[in-house]
Write a protein that binds this ligand. Structure first.
Ligand SMILES: *Cc1c(COP(=O)(O)O)cnc(C)c1O
Length: 393
């Protein structure tokens, strides 16, 4: 079994490029050039330099002593929360802006739900002095005012998507429409391991720096370059793909993916794609997604905006179906409690997305000599308002 993308853009049964004909030129250009460009020494050098001096990499691999004592296992945190802008997303937007530059693009578009990917995109556009337009649902613009302000401050234009439910999928439609109309000068930065081939593979490669560093950091701290378990939360799946990447074909490493169960898997308000999803097409790729019996995409729900997505990337659909990864879903309440626990046991306030991953410790037993690496995907500053309301702080 192979867990990397094949030459047709598939992970097992999932992936591909299901796009309107008018997008063929854009996607073909990307598919034909992404590997040649990103493998050039000059590209790699600029990417590595920016990750170091701008993002602040390598991020530490931190041994969580108190947590390890309580759960009687060896727990490490990969500290992506320490990246510039507060999460892993910037690893990908740096990679894509460098690629866009080399393709001669002068204009960047993106879509965003909660605004985190919009901020990471606006950040790298400011860094490079490139025009940036972020599509966002009208409702999300109202709900996520601080991130809208950040994007504007960074010089991006935030355009409201006013159709449909006025949320992420409507913003995606607008972004795709824009790209069709501007095929020559515009690059579309997708924020997770979703979308038509080559996006899932391209984004996974940019995020793979997470497990690349984990390998040598574990070698230094544990005397072996692999853990027994890697655990990450999955929205679209990019931080998880980054942590899993160099261990995908290493059977010594067990892979655990944590999804958001929202108000409960059977409540009708969740984002537990592995439990509820069926094969379908979203965002130009074939994957598992939550849908009604007649194939309409179900509106997802999670208290964490970053996990509030009705599908998972095709890599994760394949990891699920092939049973290479264990999937767990964690309800809002347990995730919120873990936000407090991590804060008070390790002095690290996590993003609510990230807090979901740690709840695996309550569901799953680990051996006392096992090494467990959690991806600490982001910091909790952006979620302070939600924590305040929830815990009446
Ligand atoms: C966006 C986000 C996620 C979810 O996105 P993935 O592509 O699944 O990684 C998880 N954690 C944080 C902190 C995020 O900002």
């Amino acid at each position: 079994m192979n867990y990397n993308v094949d030459e047709k853009g598939y992970y097992g049964d999932f992936g591909g490029a299901f796009i309107p004909e008018m997008l063929y030129p854009n996607v073909t250009e990307l598919r034909e050039s992404y590997l040649t460009i990103t493998e050039q020494p000059e590209f790699k050098k600029e990417f590595d330099d920016l990750l170091k001096v701008y993002v602040g990499r390598p991020t530490p691999l931190y041994f969580a002593k108190r947590l390890s004592e309580r759960y009687q296992t060896k727990i490490y945190l990969k500290r992506e929360d320490l990246c510039h802008t507060g999460a892993h997303k910037v690893n990908n937007t740096i990679g894509q802006i460098l690629l866009a530059e080399r393709l001669g693009k002068t204009r960047i578009i993106a879509e965003t739900g909660a605004g985190q990917h919009g901020v990471a995109t606006a950040t790298v556009c400011a860094l490079k002095g490139i025009e940036c337009i972020v599509y966002m649902g009208e409702l999300d613009i109202k709900r996520q005012a601080p991130n809208v302000a950040r994007m504007k401050m960074l010089g991006a234009e935030v355009r409201a998507a006013e159709s449909g439910s006025k949320t992420l999928k409507d913003a995606t439609n607008e972004a795709i429409r824009d790209w069709i109309n501007n095929p020559v000068d515009t690059h579309y930065i997708i924020g997770s391991v979703v979308g038509p081939h080559p996006y899932p593979d391209m984004v996974a490669r940019f995020q793979s720096v997470i497990s690349e560093e984990t390998k040598w950091q574990l070698q230094e701290q544990e005397g072996r370059d692999y853990p027994d378990h890697v655990i990450a939360c999955v929205g679209g799946g990019s931080n998880a793909a980054g942590l899993y990447y160099h261990y995908l074909n290493d059977k010594r490493v067990n892979i655990i993916a944590v999804e958001a169960a929202g108000k409960g898997i059977d409540s009708g308000e969740s984002a537990a794609t592995s439990a509820l999803g069926k094969e379908g097409i979203i965002h130009g790729s074939k994957t598992l997604l939550m849908q009604t019996p007649d194939g309409q995409i179900t509106e997802p729900y999670s208290i964490s905006a970053g996990l509030d997505y009705p599908g998972v990337g095709p890599l994760h659909a394949h990891l699920f179906r092939s049973k290479r990864a264990e999937f767990i879903s964690i309800p809002d309440q347990e995730a919120m409690d873990w936000g407090l626990t991590l804060s008070q046991m390790e002095g690290i306030i996590p993003a609510i997305e990230t807090a979901h991953a740690f709840a695996a410790l309550d569901v799953r037993k680990f051996g006392s000599d096992e090494v467990v690496v959690f991806n600490c995907s982001g910091r909790g500053d952006k979620d302070l308002e939600t924590y305040i309301d929830y815990f009446k702080l």
